[in-house]
Ligand binder design. Structure first.
Ligand SMILES: Nc1ncnc2c1ncn2[C@@H]1O[C@H](COP(=O)(O)OP(=O)(O)OP(=O)(O)O)[C@@H](O)[C@H]1O
Ligand SMILES: [Mg+2]
Length: 246
């Protein structure tokens, strides 16, 4: 699904060079659930932004789904990102003056879909996170956990193959964090590849594999669970896969 080989990322300002990633290599298999941990400043967000085609590496080879994406132009990168990748951020990143329906609809604006088709997809996505009755609400009228559920609906409405989450539970209390994790586990059980950055070791251990970064490099990795075990821990809404509902 995702293959990075000898990636380096250098941020340059007039006086300082920061090596955010160096000699960074990682392979994530289709359908895997990988957590990424490491101290503040170790390069976790930088890695995720490169993986999600939000930023380009300074050197190195990045293949997404078997295709070398290291040197795509901006337009092709945006298109590929829209087709293949969903993002969830710590601070939800909903657009404050759009209601929930409009927020979830944003990724579909770039697709060639009829308005009826779009409406149906957005409604199903909001239903799947239990917020269909709030479609006309603004983000500020929701709790943090609810806002993150809207962000999950937005990330999934385009049916991405790869879901990238940067500390998705960082602003949530433990009960809400658990709820968001259950959604991620369900999405993973439905076949989506997930890479999740977290500071929380308990949440990191709910993935199949944990990658630890120090100083812009992979300093270690650990197999946490087999795929079967992770699937068995899924308890959310039991019967129907989330992707099927969207
Ligand atoms: N746009 C930027 N310009 C300059 N330096 C940057 C930029 N973005 C990140 N950095 C630097 O790159 C390094 C890695 O940052 P990154 O945000 O990837 O860390 P992180 O592991 O996500 O940290 P945190 O846990 O605090 O979110 C840091 O030293 C940071 O200061
Ligand atoms: Mg970060």
């Amino acid at each position: 699904m995702l293959s990075m080989h000898n990636i380096a990322k250098v941020y340059r300002t007039e006086s300082i060079e920061t090596h955010a990633l160096r000699e960074f290599s990682l392979f994530v298999d289709e359908g895997e659930f990988v957590s990424v941990t490491g101290p503040s400043g170790s390069g976790k967000t930088t890695f995720l932004n490169i993986a999600g085609l939000l930023e380009e590496s300074t050197v190195g080879i990045y293949e997404l789904d078997g295709r070398d994406v290291s040197s795509l132009n901006d337009r092709d990168r945006s298109r590929l990102r829209n087709e293949k990748i969903g993002f969830i951020f710590q601070s939800f990143n909903l657009i404050p003056d759009l209601n929930l329906f409009e927020n979830v609809d944003v990724p579909l604006r770039y697709r060639r879909l009829s308005s009826g088709d779009r409406k149906q997809r957005v409604e199903r996505a909001l239903e799947s996170v239990g917020l269909a009755s709030r479609m006309k609400h603004l983000p500020e009228q929701l709790s943090g956990g609810q806002q993150q559920r809207v962000a999950i609906a937005r990330a999934l409405v385009g049916e991405p193959r790869l879901l990238l989450a940067d500390e998705p539970t960082g602003n949530l209390d433990s009960a809400m964090a658990d709820q968001v994790m259950k959604f991620l586990e369900q999405i993973h059980a439905d076949g989506t590849t997930i890479v999740m950055v977290t500071h929380d070791p308990d949440l990191a251990n709910r993935a199949e594999r944990n990658i630890h970064l120090i100083d812009g490099r992979v300093s270690g990795e650990e197999l946490v669970h087999s795929q079967e075990e992770v699937s068995q821990t899924v308890g959310f809404n039991g019967d129907q896969p989330l992707a099927a509902k969207i």
